[in-house]
Ligand binder design. Structure first.
Ligand code: FAD
Length: 404
């Protein structure tokens, strides 16, 4: 009976273990996780949970009893320190050795930090990745406190929205010329800049951080690249993530923007697989690594199928969402290489931006427009590209496009 070890008890690890059981695998499954809590969802950490509107129990991906019922051995608060791909063992930090027939690496990613040399290690400088991070920062979210958010990506913007809703005085700085520059069109950046500004957030773009200044070990101010001296009671750093790939690298497993896998989820070492934020995979003639719940689940499930003997390729169908104030942003597809945006404007704050390359629809950003999102997503997955004039006509029903 094949024994399967999963390193990383997060979104991908949990999906993989559950899928193995649902496919009928009856051999031992051991899931080892560094965090002391059962697998949980991260998206609410910068949204409802940080806002205090979601209970801890609702974060769990499965009821804690699920793992016992499914005979999945959870080893929590345990870090894997080494992999021996020849002996097929992993070693925990306390020296315990666990053997595997197949090993899945679902080690996720971690936030980039500000260097200690510019104050990154001061107290009340936070990143948003784990439950522990958020439990530490939430008590500092007091009305009137001055919060500086470094980085205008989704995590930074979501944290800014929560802070503003809770009455903090919020400034967000982004070093690039515009917020969301790495991931979205100027139209989407403009939408969210306006939204945040309307909620009292000061958004400053094209301005870097020079350094943080501390008092009694805690951050007290930030000096910006133009010399601005900004008082700050807390700082949230949202400047991107890096894949947790060092464990694999030390075992001699090939890396390429994370742990390199083939289309089936195999790494360069026999019987070692990878999925989720830590893994890059072939896509559209190149190679990508996605940082999303949808990818973590879908890729992990493909790995489960393949561990059990199938030869199924992972075909990513990217989707993502973000909640800020009363706006739900839903994204489908990948916008890389787009050359024009088609706007579909609904009432009030309802709008969607459709990314085209030539006549080909690549992706959609839909704000408070679940219908446009669902139809756009289906069209992209079906490889269909609607006439931009129809998309732009807000009075046109899009549904018939799915049948056209
Ligand atoms: P993780 O969920 O990070 O799990 C990896 C686990 O492996 C971690 O618990 C880590 O401690 C553990 N680990 C690492 N190394 C070891 C080791 N050596 N030994 C033992 N354990 C180890 N995605 C969306 O699609 N929509 C969203 O709105 C969204 N919002 C987000 C908001 C926040 C605040 C964050 C942090 C992420 C958000 N994401 C969102 C991204 C999404 O949560 C991740 O893409 C997803 O969690 C990736 O799953 P994973 O299993 O690859 O990694």
């Amino acid at each position: 009976m094949r024994g399967i070890v999963i390193v990383g008890a997060g979104q991908a690890g949990a999906a993989l273990a559950a899928k193995l059981r649902s496919l009928g695998h009856t051999g031992p499954i051991t899931m080892i996780g560094e965090e002391p809590v059962p697998p949980y969802q991260r998206p609410p950490l910068s949204k409802a949970y940080l806002l205090g509107e979601m209970e801890l129990e609702r974060l769990y991906l499965r009821a804690p009893s699920f793992w016992e019922e499914q005979s999945v051995t959870l080893r929590l608060g345990a870090r894997v320190e080494a992999i021996d791909t020849a002996a097929r063992t992993v070693t925990l930090e306390d020296g315990e050795i666990i053997a595997f027939d197949d090993l899945a690496l679902t080690t996720g990613s971690r936030p980039r930090r500000l260097p200690a040399a510019i104050g990154g290690d001061l107290g009340r400088v936070f990143t948003v990745r784990t439950l522990a991070d958020v439990d530490r920062m939430a008590p500092e979210f007091r009305a009137g406190a001055r919060a500086l958010i470094v980085g205008g990506g989704y995590i930074g913007l979501e944290a800014a929205a929560v802070a503003a809703k809770l009455g903090l005085d919020v400034t967000l700085i982004e070093a690039a010329p515009r917020i969301l520059q790495r991931v979205a069109a100027p139209e989407t950046s403009d939408y969210f800049r306006k939204l945040h500004t309307a909620h009292g957030v000061t958004v400053r773009e094209g301005i870097g951080l020079d350094r943080l200044v501390g008092k009694d070990g805690n951050v007290s101010a930030a000096i910006l690249a133009d010399g601005t001296d900004l008082a700050a009671d807390l700082v949230i750093v949202g400047i991107g993530i890096q894949p947790n790939a060092e464990l694999a690298e030390a075992a001699g497993i090939a890396l390429e923007n994370g742990i390199r896998t083939d289309a089936f989820g195999r790494t360069s070492a026999p019987h070692v697989w990878a999925a989720g934020d830590c893994a890059s995979f072939p896509h559209a003639g190149g190679r990508i690594r996605l940082e999303s719940v949808g990818n973590a689940i879908d890729q992990a499930e493909i790995v489960a199928v393949n561990i059990l003997g199938a030869d199924t390729r992972y075909e990513a169908k990217p989707w993502f969402w973000s909640d800020q104030y009363d706006v739900k942003l839903q994204i489908a597809g990948l916008n890389t290489g787009y050359d024009r945006i088609v706007t579909r404007k609904g009432d009030g704050d309802v709008v969607s931006f459709w990314y085209y390359r030539g006549d080909t629809l690549l992706a959609i950003d839909a704000m408070n427009d679940a219908r446009a999102y669902m139809i756009g997503k289906r069209l992209i997955e079906m490889g269909k590209s609607p006439d931009p004039a129809v998309v732009a006509d807000a009075s046109a029903d899009l549904k018939p496009l799915l049948k056209a």
